[in-house]
Ligand binder design. Structure first.
Ligand SMILES: NC(=O)c1ccc[n+]([C@@H]2O[C@H](COP(=O)([O-])OP(=O)(O)OC[C@H]3O[C@@H](n4cnc5c(N)ncnc54)[C@H](OP(=O)(O)O)[C@@H]3O)[C@@H](O)[C@H]2O)c1
Length: 281
């Protein structure tokens, strides 16, 4: 009997990540739920198990904002998974005021970009051994909110901007540039890398001012709808050879990318700076 394919979803305890993990478990993947809190991870595991009775689920603990913890988690995954067919980099945060992690890195940079960057790089040997395999990155149309400035990568001079949206968008632009450069580096390896916008989804992300919340809610779609594009990009056999592409509504959408998101030189420069920041050089 061949072993079940395996997937890992980061931020799998809520919103789009929970529904992506549920979809992968339903599709027969042994699914790793990577979460930063054990209790929330166990609640998610029980929730998925209740709706997918034969689900094979593993909880994986990791605070993506802390590089030491990402390194520990990657070693844990290596020990527990002998194959990895799909890695969904889904976790993300949206903060309103500038914060730094205990390691002295601006927090949205740490969680939204450097954590997934380091995790993916550390898991590349496993992904390569498991090829054909896929890396999926949940980015956003918010990547258009602000231009990326590599000379202020920690947002020390510019701060976060109005309600944190500009800085959040800047980290989502990093997700797209990371995916493009990763796909280029993985050409011919059998490992693909694609990114996506999930839609405007009701979830735990951000918090609009209280007085407009009911209004905003009217325009948001369900987390199940938000997981659809991630699931297509992670599993659709028609996408076996597709790499380096931005998806929306489960369709290629590179035409919607900002000019910076298509800038290969910027992607290469961000990669080099990210390597230095996580100590991979
Ligand atoms: N919702 C939208 O409209 C929308 C639109 C475009 C893109 N996105 C993207 O979709 C992705 C999923 O977001 P969502 O909307 O489903 O929001 P969500 O419900 O807030 O889910 C975010 C997940 O990320 C986890 N997370 C946050 N910080 C973490 C850390 N340091 N280490 C590990 N996990 C961490 C959260 O864990 P905790 O529960 O422990 O905090 C949670 O499981 C994000 O990348 C977001 O940028 C969302």
């Amino acid at each position: 009997m061949t072993a079940a394919p395996a997937a890992i979803v980061t931020g799998a305890n809520s919103g789009i990540g929970l529904e992506t993990a549920r979809g992968l478990a339903r599709a027969g993947y042994r699914t790793g739920l990577l979460c930063r809190n054990q209790e929330r991870a166990e609640i998610a595991r029980a929730d998925i198990a209740a709706s997918v009775p034969d689900a094979q689920l593993e909880t994986l603990l990791c605070d993506l904002g802390l590089q030491a913890d990402v390194r520990r988690a990657a070693a844990d995954i290596d020990a527990r998974f002998d194959r990895l067919d799909v890695l969904v980099n889904n976790a993300g945060v949206e903060l309103q005021r500038r914060e730094e992690t205990a390691e002295g890195i601006e927090t949205m940079l740490a969680v939204n970009h450097l954590g997934p960057f380091l995790l993916t790089n550390l898991l590349l040997p496993l992904l390569r051994r498991s090829a054909p395999s896929r890396v999926v990155v949940v980015a956003s149309e918010a990547h258009k909110f602000r231009r990326l400035r590599l000379d202020d990568i920690q947002a020390e001079r510019r701060g976060y901007g109005l309600l944190g949206f500009p800085r959040y968008g800047e980290t989502k632009l990093m997700n797209i540039l990371f995916t493009k450069e990763l796909a280029r580096r993985l050409e011919g390896s059998g490992v693909t890398a694609n990114c996506l916008h999930p839609g405007s989804i009701r979830s735990g992300l951000g918090s609009p001012p209280r007085f407009i919340r009911p209004l905003v809610g009217l325009f948001l779609r369900s987390p199940e709808a938000g997981a659809r594009t991630s699931l297509t990009v992670a599993t659709d056999p028609a996408l076996d050879d597709v790499s380096g592409v931005y998806f929306m509504r489960s369709k290629p959408a590179d035409k919607r990318l900002s000019r910076q998101a298509r800038d290969d030189d910027l992607a290469r420069a961000l990669w080099a700076q990210s390597e230095a920041l996580v100590g991979l050089t």
